[in-house]
Design a binder for this molecule. Structure first.
Ligand code: UDP
Length: 415
């Protein structure tokens, strides 16, 4: 029975979403697989690691210069390795406990800061790194000892190669997204009706990642004040204070306010456009849903490349201020050319969407799990890396094993 550990960190919502999409795909392909979803940092009870998810929205909202500075200073293989070595003594107990509890056949990581500690804690288990940054991710993603590094785009592939990952361990699949985001032709107005949205007027979805970061309130206010021929749906995510303020406001037009929504697939498929920061999860889901994007901001560093990816492919526009956002939405809602412009951006989004990424990566994970169960090998040292790892030829065709299922969520559990 394949036993797979999927590790993520709740810094934002994208890493968990990718891990969850993969878990769903694994369950579809191998219903009896034993899957464990875990946020090892949250469970570590070691400051500052156990505070990452709470600190992330604050730093991003109020000190993005600090985030950018940290990203740039640490974004070299040498500094990355040094910091990971420094952090390991504090993380060792939690990761060792995870290792003792799980005994997986394959470990999957969807967060760059997990790659190194997972490799140390599970030296003789195949590690699959699923990169969720589209084009300008941090160097710490790219561990040369990983059995497989799944990247979302060609640009990420070049980055991985430049960081020393062997081409034979590198595959381009896209960011794993839940199958609920995959667009079906002609469904938009049916879904809009189910959601209680207008079936006549377009609805523009406004959001800021899992934590509702960025100037969402200001953007909502300006869009509402512009009285455009569209309704608004605002997803505040885990930002409860923002949700409360938005709900308390008197709006001129129709505005639907939501907090954290579990499973945004239906909304993305029903929306006519999405205004968002350039989060890779949201972008990948919007493209799978064929929904064009207005990118109102980007976390400096890892999200900068995402903007280029969207704009260069015609799937959306870069509008880094409230007036630019209003102009962009207006150009897709008002005037004779609006529908054509919106439709062609929606088609471009669909063209770069990868709704099957989760399933494709899940197949590869199951192949590695099967190999590991059939032929566990002693660990070897990998040149150029401090970590021990198995050397194993890559095999491209999976053969799935029927088995018994267990799904455990270790999120926030004490180890
Ligand atoms: N998300 C969600 N419910 C919400 C808000 C966001 O499930 O109410 C998910 C969204 O579908 C996406 C993720 O959170 O998968 C946000 O990821 P992204 O990479 O865009 O930004 P992050 O929050 O990681 O910075």
């Amino acid at each position: 029975m394949p036993n797979i550990l999927l590790a993520f960190s709740d810094t934002g919502g994208g890493h968990r979403a990718a891990a969850t999409a993969l878990a769903d795909a694994l369950r579809d392909l191998s219903p009896d697989a034993e899957l464990t979803l875990s946020d090892p940092y949250a469970a570590s009870r070691r400051w500052p690691f156990d505070r990452l998810s709470a600190a992330y929205p604050r730093v991003v909202n109020h000190a993005s210069w600090l985030w950018h500075g940290g990203f740039r200073l640490t974004n070299t293989p040498r500094v990355t390795r040094a910091l990971q070595a420094l952090a390991w003594p504090a993380l060792r107990p939690a990761f060792r406990a995870l290792e003792a509890a799980q005994r997986p056949d394959v470990v999957v990581s969807t967060h760059p800061l997990l790659t190194s500690p997972l490799r140390r804690a599970f030296p003789d288990v195949p590690l699959v790194v699923v990169v969720t940054d589209l084009a300008s991710g941090h160097r710490s993603w790219y561990d040369r000892s990983a059995s497989l590094v799944a990247v979302p785009t060609r640009r990420a592939q070049s980055q991985a190669l430049a960081s020393g990952v062997k081409a034979s361990r590198l595959e381009e699949h896209g960011v794993p997204v839940s199958r609920d985001f995959a667009a079906q032709p002609g469904e938009r107005s049916v879904l809009a009706a189910q959601l209680g949205w207008s079936v006549v007027r377009p609805t523009v979805l406004l959001m800021g990642g899992g934590d509702g970061v960025g100037p969402l309130e200001l953007l909502a206010e300006r869009l509402d004040a512009a009285q455009l021929p569209c309704d608004l749906a605002i997803v505040a995510g885990r930002n409860a204070a923002l949700e409360a303020r938005l709900r308390a406001r008197a709006w001129r037009g129709t505005v639907h306010v939501y907090g954290f929504v579990n499973g945004l697939g239906r909304m993305f498929r029903a929306a006519s456009a999405i205004v968002t920061k350039a989060g890779p999860g949201t972008i990948s889901e919007a493209c799978a849903a064929g929904c064009p994007l207005v990118l109102s901001g980007a976390i400096p560093g890892q999200e900068t490349g995402n903007v280029e990816h969207v704009v260069a492919n015609g799937a959306g526009v870069w509008a880094p201020s409230a007036p630019l956002v209003v102009d962009a939405v207006r150009s897709w809602c008002r005037g004779e050319a609006a529908l054509d412009a919106r439709t062609s951006a929606a088609e471009a989004a669909l063209a770069i969407g990868r709704p099957d990424a989760a399933r494709d990566i899940a197949r590869r994970v199951l192949t590695l799990a099967e190999l590991q169960r059939r032929d566990p090998r002693p660990p070897v040292h990998h040149s150029g890396s401090n970590h021990r790892q198995r050397s194993r030829p890559s095999v491209s065709r999976p053969s799935l094993m029927p088995c018994t299922v267990r799904h455990v969520d270790l999120m926030r559990s004490a180890l």
